[in-house]
Unconditional design. Structure first.
Length: 270
């Protein structure tokens, strides 16, 4: 009987030792393998449960590819598969290539502060360019501080301006117009006929403060018919202009030569 009791005691001691060893805590490692205590592979390192692993953990960064790493493991809406929502201060897709405040036009101002991030000449740091159809400085007002806008089509009233000369039935000079196209980028201005190929476009300047303008054009040269056109006048308001159109033909115009001829006109903006 004494011998049997000793054997039972030794067995009991060995069992207690095995139990203590199996209860020892282990430290989880993010290694791309499923440990005995992990419900899924590296589950302790996906705290938000979105299927991506903590990029701030060096072991995860070594074990997983960049598109499997989570830049914010506390938010399931942030991971490499998420859609980037601009201008909310959050990097949803964890990609530097799609920043929250992208600068798509490369003008140094991000989309969050740029009223048109597809045009480099439009941003809050840009000076206003008159009459280009854009709000260059993003203040919500197009062409502010530019004065009157003379751009557009103007109708000559009450009559059109015309002059015709031909040789052997072929028109050499044919002035016949009652509309003017005005293109103004202060102080420069171009005026052309909206209804006739002649006269050619006249270039000049207009004083924004007074509305006074001077334009001129010359066509031809030595050995040919020289056509000279000038236009002088004043914009009396944003929709009314007055002026004098002067033309002269010299050289071998084959009967078209005329003295300096001037026609006064008034035009209204359409």
């Amino acid at each position: 009987m004494r011998r049997l009791s000793l054997v039972l005691l030794l067995v009991a001691c060995k069992y207690n030792g095995d139990s203590d060893e199996s209860d020892e805590p282990t430290t989880p490692i993010c290694d791309g393998r499923q440990q005995a205590e992990e419900s899924e592979i590296d589950a302790p390192f996906d705290q938000d449960g979105d299927g991506f692993f903590d990029a701030s953990n060096p072991d995860c960064a070594a074990a997983w590819l960049p598109n499997q790493l989570d830049c914010d493991d506390s938010n399931p809406e942030v991971n490499p598969s998420a859609f980037e929502i601009p201008c909310n201060g959050i990097d949803e897709d964890c990609r530097d290539a799609s920043p929250d405040n992208a600068d798509n036009d490369g003008d140094g101002v991000g989309v969050c502060d740029d009223c048109d991030d597809q045009r480099a000449n439009v941003n809050p740091n840009q000076p206003e360019t008159c009459w280009d159809g854009l709000d260059n400085d993003c203040d919500g007002i197009q062409d502010n501080d530019c004065g009157e806008d003379y751009n557009g089509v103007w109708s000559i009233t009450p009559n059109d301006i015309n002059h015709n000369c031909s040789f052997a039935g072929q028109p050499l000079v044919n002035l016949d117009f009652n509309e003017l196209n005005v293109v103004w980028f202060p102080p420069n201005m171009t005026v052309s006929s909206a209804t006739s190929s002649q006269p050619s476009a006249m270039d000049g300047t207009v004083d924004p403060s007074s509305g006074v303008y001077h334009l001129e054009a010359t066509v031809g040269g030595p050995g040919s018919c020289v056509e000279t056109y000038t236009m002088d006048g004043t914009f009396t308001s944003a929709d009314t202009m007055q002026g004098t159109f002067t033309y002269r033909f010299q050289g071998i115009c084959l009967g078209c030569a005329v003295p300096l001829t001037s026609v006064d006109f008034t035009a209204l903006k359409q």
